[in-house]
Design a protein around this ligand. Structure first.
Ligand SMILES: NC(=O)c1ccc[n+]([C@@H]2O[C@H](COP(=O)([O-])OP(=O)(O)OC[C@H]3O[C@@H](n4cnc5c(N)ncnc54)[C@H](O)[C@@H]3O)[C@@H](O)[C@H]2O)c1
Length: 431
């Protein structure tokens, strides 16, 4: 599989089968009819945000764990909507949800191994699809999603919530206004100690997340760190990421945690974890800028997405947020980022205290997606962004196996990255 990965990594873009999805608006509609696949931790809470928005109807819910599907259906009726169709007959019942004629958007919040087939099914049945991170696990699947989106004329979106974070959006606007000068470098991460949750028998639906640590090396979850920095640097909108070089430490954290916490005979004792506890990747852009990505979910660490950006006039670093830009700051002393609240994105000015998890960015993501669909706007991100932000998953694995050898990151836009265009730094719509 690694050999195939390396070959695929260096092969040229496959011939385009459809037409570009760059700048393609949604068809305008007053009501967005939603089907949700996967109602675990994520889907089971995101449904509240869909139901909180005017103009959204949840028409169908799907989860093989019937109790979870039923709990979600009860939320729909409690919100005053008709009872949704329920799909709970095994692992393939999602196809029946995708087949329905009364759904505009499918939202996928299932284990990673299921994302690709579910996105594919939604697109083939004419639905727009928003998928949790990462959108797929293999490079050939990323190309397949690009081709399917281009052929079916439906948007295939990585629902990357962190690009809607308040700090991320403020930095994005300041970057575009030149406050950091010419942009040079950025960093993003998913450093989140998930040991306890991954070994908890009840938190996830089965051990799927931990088991990925027995299969794939490297950065399993790059999107939350990569997406925001890619936006700062206008990746796919004037610059593009061209190569990735990844390094991984030994994988010791999960086994050490198991030793200390899991009783003999627990099924986890059959697992062997492969590298790496911390993956560090260096990504180069066509303009010569450098992005550092980190991934670590198996050692103690306070939560951090790093979220930094630097240029010729200064630097921002998050966790905690701090800034140093000329001429505002001197003498090597960090300044307060709170002082720059005027630079907040219009979404954050409109919703100063959004509901829902992750500090409100989940809500703003769903709000903006639904707004784009109802007003017939171009979405803030498309299948090219989805593929780009996810590409480190397979590529970091292959690069680590090759001792950090740089691998090309495909140009999923097939040359269209050079065109500047709007993205998450959107203009507030007038109607
Ligand atoms: N963006 C974020 O901030 C964020 C936060 C948490 C989770 N996530 C992502 O959400 C996804 C789900 O994570 P989770 O924590 O909710 O996991 P989970 O295990 O709690 O939920 C997954 C759900 O999918 C269901 N499922 C499994 N196979 C299915 C199938 N064939 N058809 C329909 N449903 C199926 C399971 O029964 C379960 O209810 C993952 O991709 C995860 O990375 C994203």
């Amino acid at each position: 599989a690694d050999g195939a990965g390396a070959a695929a990594a260096s092969s040229p873009a496959p011939a385009r089968q459809g037409h570009t999805m760059v700048g393609v608006p949604f068809q305008r509609r007053s009501t967005v009819r939603v089907g949700i696949i996967g109602l675990g931790n994520r889907g089971g809470s995101m449904i509240d945000l869909f139901l909180a928005l005017p103009g959204v109807q949840v028409r169908a819910v799907c989860d093989p764990v019937r109790a979870k599907a039923e709990r979600a259906a009860a939320k729909v009726t409690a919100a005053g909507q008709p009872a949704p169709a329920l799909y709970a007959n095994g692992d393939d019942d999602y196809e029946n949800l995708c087949r329905r004629g009364d759904i505009d958007l499918v939202y996928v919040a299932t284990p990673w191994e299921a994302h690709f087939e579910m996105a594919k099914s939604a697109l083939l049945h004419g639905k727009h699809v928003g998928v949790e991170c990462p959108i797929a696990m293999r490079l050939d699947e990323l190309w397949a999603l690009v081709d399917l989106s281009e052929r079916t004329r439906r948007h295939c979106m990585q629902l990357e919530n962190c690009v809607y974070g308040r700090n991320e959006m403020r930095v994005l606007r300041m970057a575009h206004a030149g406050k950091f000068g010419e942009l040079l470098h950025g960093a993003g991460a998913y450093n989140h100690d998930l040991r306890q949750l991954m070994f908890d028998p009840d938190y996830y639906e089965g051990p799927w997340r931990r088991q990925w640590h027995t299969r794939l090396r490297g950065d399993l979850y790059p999107n939350h760190g990569f997406g925001p920095v890619a936006n700062y640097l206008d990746v796919n909108r004037g610059d593009r990421v061209v190569s990735i070089s990844s390094f991984g430490t030994p994988a010791l954290g999960l086994a050490e945690y198991r030793e200390a916490n899991m009783p003999a005979g627990d099924p986890s004792w059959k697992e062997s974890y492969i590298g790496s506890d911390r993956t560090i990747s260096m990504v180069r852009t066509a303009k010569g800028r450098v992005i550092r990505l980190e991934h670590d979910v198996s050692t103690p660490h306070p939560y951090s997405r790093i979220n930094s950006l630097g240029g010729t006039k200064g630097v921002f670093e998050d966790y905690p947020a701090r800034i140093y830009i000329e001429p505002d700051h001197t003498n090597h002393q960090w300044g307060s980022f709170a002082r720059y609240a005027d630079w907040d994105h219009w979404l954050w000015k409109e919703h100063s205290n959004p509901p829902g998890g992750h500090g409100g960015m989940d809500y703003l993501m769903v709000y903006r997606l639904i707004q784009c669909m109802r007003l017939g706007l171009v979405p803030d991100f498309d299948v090219y962004d989805a593929a780009t932000w996810t590409a480190p998953v397979p590529l970091s694995h292959t690069s680590i196996r090759a001792k950090g050898a740089p691998l090309p990151i495909p140009d999923f836009t097939r040359g269209e990255w050079k065109k500047p265009r709007a993205g998450v730094d959107s203009v507030k719509p007038s109607s």
